[in-house]
Design a protein around this ligand. Structure first.
Ligand SMILES: NC(=O)c1ccc[n+]([C@@H]2O[C@H](COP(=O)([O-])OP(=O)(O)OC[C@H]3O[C@@H](n4cnc5c(N)ncnc54)[C@H](O)[C@@H]3O)[C@@H](O)[C@H]2O)c1
Ligand SMILES: O=C(O)C(=O)C[C@@H](O)[C@H](O)[C@H](O)COP(=O)(O)O
Ligand SMILES: [Zn+2]
Length: 375
């Protein structure tokens, strides 16, 4: 029988022979060794993490794996979006090989989305693919990036343009690890939580409008419910459309704009991924209103809520030089949803009613952005 933990909620990601569970709850880090050993057998674990996560939580995870005789070693990388790059991928892959990880062993991605995407990609190509476990430590990673198997790195041409689909074998989301997360990162992760309400669950968005203060105060029931609701929504979509041939693209709400903004700001602290998504979702709702697809006032409600938690909602909220519409549209040309040169956007008929719009003329987007930039 698979090992379980008292307080954890379990969400299954239904992918046939590659199905796996997402465990969500407090105090799971100390149980991680037992959970991994109970579910994934005799594998030895190579942990990949970053300096910030290591300083707060690595000792606990190592002790838990060591107690089960599962710890092979740990690799600690610099923190930040720039780590999700070819520069780090090469040396990381070689260090994992030098560690002696075999095909039956496990890479343990211990950190936020940067570590999850990078270590997951390394696992996906190491010895043509070894298993990995996600142990997400940011709100963003617990609600989104640790689930669904998108892995990869950034290049100057755009976000996540090099990568593979490689599903984890288990996700262990210890909500206690979020207590050491800087509030700016907590807010950035919240943008992806709100996304799940905006794409398909108006009731969840309305609940967040009431409950967000409790979530940011780490009220356990609220926090776990928000994470579980988000993961359930993502698991259902991924289960139906693993490789994004259709509805999975809904999870990209705000990302066509957001990814262009991240590339434009050089994947730096100037704009975190979740902040780009927050601005991108506001732009997507304003664009939908502008095209007459969404009732007037909807975009304002979205922006009001995101601003209430301290997220940026418009281009002018990005510190530094103003963006120019031409450059942003050129960067959007690298988006993975582009078909025959035409842009695809996730637009909305209302809160909780997003849809995929193909063939959006770049000129319309440029004019819309130029108006946004002009204020
Ligand atoms: N694969 C996917 O489906 C998917 C989904 C969403 C986002 N992403 C990717 O995720 C990345 C963003 O992830 P992120 O927001 O988690 O950023 P991140 O991984 O950079 O983590 C944010 C910061 O918090 C620090 N940190 C992490 N956990 C901590 C903790 N518990 N205590 C203290 N500090 C901690 C990190 O060191 C880092 O400085 C982007 O590259 C984005 O493209 C991927
Ligand atoms: O899992 C997905 O699918 C998503 O789109 C989730 C997004 O939040 C995430 O940022 C993802 O990495 C974006 O994917 P991409 O294919 O546009 O790079
Ligand atoms: Zn995202």
């Amino acid at each position: 029988m698979a090992a379980t933990t008292r307080a954890a909620r379990t969400v299954a990601v239904p992918l046939g022979g590659r199905s796996y569970d997402v465990l969500i709850g407090p105090d799971l880090l100390t149980e991680a060794g037992r959970l991994i050993a109970g579910r994934l057998g005799k594998a030895r674990c190579g942990i990949v993490t970053d300096e910030n996560v290591a300083s707060h939580h690595l000792a606990a995870l190592e002790a838990s794996l060591r107690a089960e005789g599962r710890l092979k070693g740990s690799i600690v990388l610099p923190p930040g979006e720039a780590t999700k790059s070819f520069r780090e991928l090469g040396p990381l892959s070689e260090r994992l090989l030098e560690m002696g990880l075999e095909r039956g062993d496990l890479v343990v991605a211990f950190g936020g989305g940067v570590i999850g995407d990078l270590a997951g990609f390394a696992a996906g190509v190491l010895r043509r693919g070894i298993r990995f476990v996600q142990v997400p430590t940011t709100l963003l990673a617990q609600v989104d990036s640790s689930v669904g198997g998108k892995t990869g790195i950034n290049t100057p041409q755009g976000k996540n343009l090099i990568g593979v689909f490689h599903q984890p074998s288990l996700v262990i989301a210890d909500t206690d690890t979020l207590k050491t997360l800087p509030v700016r990162e907590m807010r950035a992760g919240y943008a992806e939580v709100a996304k799940y309400g905006l794409i398909g669950n108006a009731g969840f968005f309305a609940w967040l409008e009431q409950a967000h203060e409790e979530l940011f105060a780490f009220e356990q029931e609220t926090l776990v419910t928000a994470i579980e609701t988000s993961v359930k929504a993502k698991a259902a979509i991924v289960g139906r459309d693993e490789h994004e041939t259709g509805e999975r693209a809904l999870l990209n709400l705000g990302h066509t704009f957001g990814h262009a903004l991240e590339a434009w700001t050089g994947y730096s602290d100037r704009l975190l991924h979740g902040e780009g998504v927050a601005i991108g979702m506001c732009l997507a709702f304003r664009f939908s209103e502008h095209l007459g697809m969404c009732p007037a006032g909807t975009a304002e409600r979205v922006a009001r809520h995101l601003a209430a938690v301290g997220l940026p909602t418009k281009l002018a909220d990005i510190p530094g030089d103003a963006a120019d519409a031409e450059t942003l549209v050129r960067l959007m040309g690298q988006d993975k949803k582009v078909r025959d040169g035409a842009l695809t956007f996730i637009l909305a008929r209302d809160i909780g009613d997003a849809f995929i719009e193909n063939n959006v003329p770049p000129g319309d987007v440029r004019d819309f952005l130029a108006r946004e930039i002009a204020g």
